[in-house]
Design a protein around this ligand. Sequence first.
Ligand code: SF4
Length: 77
Amino acid sequence: MKKSVYSICGMCTVRCPIRVESENNEVTWIEGNQHILGGALCAKGSAGPALIADRERPRQPLIREGGRGAGRWQKVS
Ligand code: SF4
């Protein structure tokens, strides 16, 4: 089910008013509140859906194993 809700961006201290579209509980689009910002939003705020959906985003603390660039990480609590 598609939904559109108004909210506030929390990506920095400015706290811009935003409109968020979602489908099946997944964010699909973020833009500035058209009534206040005319739909405009900075690149960081607009990239919100990518941040949430990024499969390589660290989801817990990691400690590097091996040398720099080895690409090996150990999960820690
Ligand atoms: S849209 Fe950009 S400027 Fe506005 S709160 Fe989000 S990150 Fe900050």
